[in-house]
Write a new protein. Structure first.
Ligand code: DC
Length: 232
């Protein structure tokens, strides 16, 4: 009976946590190992922020933002080679949403109810068949509160800043000063944790994973071991 029940139950794995905790790399690797879909929910907020910036909408213009969001056709697709890709109004923006300008402006876009509701509807729809790893800030708490496997990834601020620095370096970008990286991350933590709607926090039933001293493979293994031990 247990096994039959398991088969019917939608297998959704949620991975939440602050910026730089390793969510993206880990979520992608876990999905690959299990043959599951991978969904990056931050990309949706990034895409809406990019469009708002292009339309020269400002943080003070909530009505314009809501109007824009309501008429935006947002599409995410899986690309066999390149992973998850995202489009707004027929234009692919997957790479364009990774700029510092977008990152610095998401906070005022992602706190608006209509924006979150649009993202929520899409995420629920995409996840409805299960067999998916979903990464974000509010996935275990708000989007899939009944998911059977929930993880909350965290790491020290120093470690997260170091990872961002390495990321910039590996991408051939100009690297920022470590202190500035720390400040940026702290600012983002604060706005993610203190916003009124769907703030970042660990779901009561999520497994806390401190990734400070773990390699990516170490975190992935920990998660896979946990999943196998728990239910399979
Ligand atoms: O994961 P990321 O860095 O791409 O996310 C960018 C921002 O998007 C994050 O700082 C807050 C917002 N976000 C959110 O509010 N809810 C999510 N589920 C995912 C991201």
């Amino acid at each position: 009976v247990g096994v039959a029940k398991m088969r019917k139950k939608k297998i959704i794995i949620t991975i939440d946590g602050p910026a730089g905790a390793g969510k993206t790399t880990v979520a992608k690797a876990v999905a690959k190992r299990l043959g599951f879909l991978y969904l990056d929910t931050g990309a949706m907020y990034r895409a809406m922020t990019l469009k708002a910036l292009k339309a020269r909408i400002t943080a003070e213009e909530k009505e314009r933002l809501v109007e824009m969001v309501n008429e935006t056709i947002l599409i995410v697709k899986k690309d066999e080679k390149k992973g998850m890709r995202i489009w707004t109004d027929g234009q692919e923006v997957t790479d364009k949403i990774r700029t510092e300008e977008v990152t610095n402006n998401i906070w005022w876009v992602c706190k608006v109810k209509e924006v979150r509701n649009k993202a929520k509807r899409m995420q629920k729809d995409i996840g409805s068949d299960g067999r998916i790893v979903v990464e974000g800030r509010d996935i275990g708490t708000v989007i899939f509160p009944d998911a059977p496997y929930k993880f909350y990834l965290d790491a020290s601020i120093e470690e997260r800043a170091k990872r961002r620095w390495l990321e910039q370096k590996n991408k051939g970008m100009e690297t920022s000063d470590m202190e500035k990286l720390k400040q940026d991350i702290e600012k983002r933590d604060k706005s993610d944790m203190e916003r009124e709607l769907a703030p970042l926090k660990k779901a009561d039933d999520a497994v806390h994973v401190d990734t400070t001293n773990l390699s990516i493979d170490g975190v992935v293994d920990k998660i896979l071991v946990y999943i196998r031990k728990e239910k399979v």
